[in-house]
Write a protein that binds this ligand. Structure first.
Ligand code: K7E
Ligand code: CUA
Length: 637
């Protein structure tokens, strides 16, 4: 056996020395093959969108696959001057008092467990919000929250199979309702966690808080929603079943198993409709001890992290951060255990399903398993944080030999660089994954890029999963800090490149010169401007110190990519209007002077000339001063 297995190795060594190993140990022909696999030539387009969550940068990043080329940033929870986000009234209002968020898990909307290409939802772990991006224009259209009775919105946004709900679970527990103060020493008695059902309007995507389920103060972690046999259910792991409130890195790792949550969200919806909830802070709250059939617990190996449902909806896979295994639950057994009341106890009135009755097996995948994705061909791919690797393994049904020794279910392992957190397989959370590509999102890049000083990017790596063996083909870098991503086939959506004029419903939109102008009403000055290559009409606004100035700018272009900006010097204003779009800002004028405004988005050869003046006169001075309200105070007509 030994000579047999050494021989090919010798050949490889000789071959490598002949062809010359490339950097990173890849030989020349592999380098060429890999380069071609991810190469998208100038003028060609990628096959997939990759929507990265941007972590504490608060944004979503869009790259192309397989090129991994960054394409745009979709600003969500943080201002973004490049697109004017957070400067006009509407986006400012959406952001509210916050200028950052912590985006972890993007979720594409689904119909019948398939991406329907309508919306992308993302959660904000920090400020307990959910945002909706419309894939018609790749822009944020709603930010819901802070969600009442909910702190640390990390275990979201998990979408149900027909986008009925975004389901969320809390990472932190606090005394509820929010604002109530209790001593953290009374954590067990006074603090609570929550599972929330955020209802999504099937036509508009508009979100509102539907109901909530009160939970013990565990730290809910990752989750996912069911489909097929597990339709109507959702799952979350937890850590800190110990209910520690300090030194969590020690105190929350005492027990060998933590309790995962198995939630019947359809039953929760029905319980609320049947009047079985009590209101707290305006939300119907279900107490699972009083309403049976909504919540169950399952013990899962030590401090688990990801909990992912496979495309058939039968297998639920939990990664055991501190144990070298993934635990595979069989949902049919979960269902049977619930029906037969095969419980091993209860916690605060919630039944704990007997572990042996619901588990299919523990697969020894390697160290630090976090998240699992699926290719729809019976394979699972798990990220290993500690091993810095992606492991491919076989989902059940297993052969008898595999059952006896589940190392046999482990099929392949590929090194990632370094410390992989999330990974994504194209379409993994649908009933029919695209498969083909896997992207590993690594926590560290450890200097694999050119030196950029101490603030280093994260790395992401593209892995070809079409063959028996995984193949690492490309590597790229992203802003801090991708946690999860979604992949959508480009051909499945058709975003608008221009806002059609007749769909602009903004009451302050102006399209004709005659409708533009500046009007005063008491202390309020309203300017309505058009922007078109290469002019603002009017290009002069007169007002006085103490006035409230409201400026509406309509980009009357109907041509692709003809974007105009409106930057106002020394007033911290930069709006950006896409073709056919109207935006508004309002400010209180506090200082006299002449302040140029100009187009900030390069639009034409005469872009530099696209400018005008805001003249802020001393009180009582300037055109229209002393006159009665309603008069024109600026030229340009
Ligand atoms: Cu694993 Cu927030 Cu999904 Cu990061 S979480 S890795
Ligand atoms: Cu308009 Cu530059």
């Amino acid at each position: 056996m030994k000579t047999k297995s050494l021989l090919p190795l010798a050949i490889v060594i000789i071959a490598a020395s002949l062809t010359g190993c490339g950097k990173g140990g890849t030989n020349q022909s592999d380098r060429t093959a890999n380069a071609l696999a991810s190469y998208v030539a100038p003028g060609e387009k990628d096959e997939y969108y990759l929507f990265y969550s941007g972590g504490h940068s608060g944004q979503v990043y869009v790259a192309g696959l397989p090129s991994l080329r960054p394409i745009i940033t979709i600003p969500v929870f943080a201002p973004h001057p490049g697109t004017g986000y957070g400067f006009d009234d509407e986006s400012k209002k959406m952001l509210g008092d916050f200028t950052w968020g912590d985006v972890h898990h993007p979720a594409l909307s689904q119909t019948n467990s398939k991406y329907d290409g309508r919306w992308l939802f993302v959660n904000d772990n920090a400020n307990n919000r959910i945002a909706r991006i419309d894939l018609r224009d790749f822009k944020t259209h709603q930010i819901l929250g802070p969600i009442p009775n909910s702190i640390g919105n990390h275990g979201s946004s998990f979408i149900t199979e027909n986008s009925e709900y975004i389901l969320c679970a809390t990472r932190f527990s606090v005394p509820l309702p929010k604002g109530r103060v209790a001593d953290p020493n009374d954590y067990e008695k006074q603090f609570n966690g929550m599972v929330s059902g955020i209802k999504v309007d099937p036509q508009t995507g508009e979100m509102k808080v539907g109901w909530q389920i009160l939970t013990p103060p565990f730290d809910w972690d990752l989750g996912s929603t069911g489909k097929g046999p597990s339709s109507g259910w959702a799952f979350w792991t937890s850590y800190n079943t110990e209910m520690a409130h300090d030194t969590l890195e020690v105190n929350a790792s005492q027990k060998d198993r933590d309790l995962a949550a198995v939630v019947n969200w359809r039953a929760a919806e029905k319980a609320v409709a049947d009047g079985k909830a009590e209101m707290m802070d305006g939300v119907p709250i279900i107490d699972p001890a009083k309403v049976p059939g909504i919540l169950y617990f399952v013990p899962i190996g030590k401090s688990p992290h990801g909990m992912d449902v496979d495309p058939t909806g039968k297998w639920v896979v939990a990664g055991g951060k501190l144990s070298p295994t993934t635990t595979v639950l069989n949902f049919e057994k979960v269902q049977a255990a619930i029906n037969d009341k095969t419980f091993e106890g209860e916690f605060r009135g919630v039944p704990i399903l007997k572990y042996e009755a619901v588990v299919e097996g523990e697969v020894p995948v390697g160290l630090g398993p976090l998240h699992t994705q699926f290719d729809g061909k019976g394979n699972a791919y798990t990220s290993l944080f500690i091993d810095s690797a992606i492991v491919k393994w076989k989902l059940p049904p297993w052969t008898d030999a595999e059952k006896k020794d589940l190392t046999k279910a482990v099929l392949d392992k590929v090194q990632a660089h370094f410390s992989t957190g999330h990974l994504v397989v194209a379409g993994s959370d649908t009933a029919n994954p695209y498969g083909k590509w896997l992207v590993a999102m690594n926590k560290l890049s450890a200097g694999r890029h050119v030196n950029v000083g101490p603030s280093q990017p994260e790395s992401s790596q593209l892995i070809d999963i079409t063959g028996d063996k995984m193949k690492m083909v490309a590597e790229s870098y992203t802003d801090p800090e991708p946690h999860f991503a979604q992949i959508l086939k480009v051909s499945e959506i058709q975003p608008e490149e221009v806002y059609p004029k007749d769909e602009n419903k903004d009451p302050n939109a102006v399209w004709d010169k005659d409708a533009t102008g500046v009007t005063r009403n008491g202390n309020q000055v309203v300017a309505k401007l058009t922007a078109i290559r290469s002019h603002f009409t009017p290009d002069r606004i007169d007002a006085q110190v103490g006035d409230d100035l409201i400026v509406h700018v309509t980009n009357i272009e109907q041509t692709r990519d003809m974007i105009h900006g409106f930057g106002l010097v020394e007033h911290n204003i930069n709006m950006v209007m896409d073709p056919g779009e109207t935006k508004t800002f309002h400010i209180k004028l506090t200082k006299p002077g002449v302040f140029p405004f100009y187009c900030t988005n390069f639009c034409s050869a005469l872009h530099q000339e696209m400018q005008g003046y805001l003249v802020v006169w001393e009180p009582g001075k300037g055109p229209g001063a002393g006159g009665a309200g309603g008069g024109s105070t600026g030229g340009g007509k």
